[in-house]
Write a protein that binds this ligand. Sequence first.
Ligand code: SF4
Length: 281
Amino acid sequence: MAPRAQGELQLGGLPRPLVRLTPAKLTTWTGCRRRYRMAYLDRPALPRGGAWAHNTLGAVVHTAMRALFDLAPGRRQSHAAAALVATHWSGEGFADNAQAADYRSRAQDWVVRYVDELDPDLEPVGVERWVSAPTQRIVAEGRVDRIDERDGELVVVDYKTGRHELTVDDVRGSQALALYAFAARRTLRRECRRVELHHLPTGTVAGWEHTEQSLGRHLQRAEEAADEIALATDTLATGGNPEILFPPTPGRACSWCDFRRHCPEGRASAPELRPWALLAP
Ligand code: SF4
């Protein structure tokens, strides 16, 4: 991908500042603009729904993996990872103590298997590393779960704990991973083409090697989204109608949207789920 110079986009003859774009913002905008407005623009911030058990599970596993790499290399063993899951455990969102204990035990099994299969000499370049890089129209930024180095190049590693195993198509199509690769490359000043999803429940890895063209396509789509975000946000700030600028996108995702309680269209379009409904069976 040809490097782009930092600058500003001319919109209606006026330059606009670069849009800071994290993968989470981009995903939210792409999924539902009303949700984007409620999450990032409405002030005071609207109260969100309660905790989801699957999110709690994912957060604990991520925290345990980060803490594992805080240990001295010789102590990064599977039993230490299991202990860290217990240390950082939370029962938020689970049906009861028995269900929480079941999933805590599952999470410990996942990290034990995962760590047993890691290269014992692995020393990541970054763990939960913040990366950031400007293009002409956006600042792509975010926190990467892990950045490895292999054969002189950086590899973006994203942990996943969801119900379904990930495929190569998931990795190739992930805008988040592409933004991370671009930002990691510029932040750490080393080549970064490979991105990977590590699915801990199944112990599988789905990877993809980006080309300059595929990274460029992802970046272009992100910049186009940023233009739309900037236009809608600026128009809202000058008195635009939020319902027109940020329309709802009712669908299945309304079942687990944090802003469902504030959204009549969302409530009408999908059933309410119990907080533990999205755990793997
Ligand atoms: S409930 Fe659905 S339509 Fe409403 S904000 Fe959430 S995702 Fe959008």
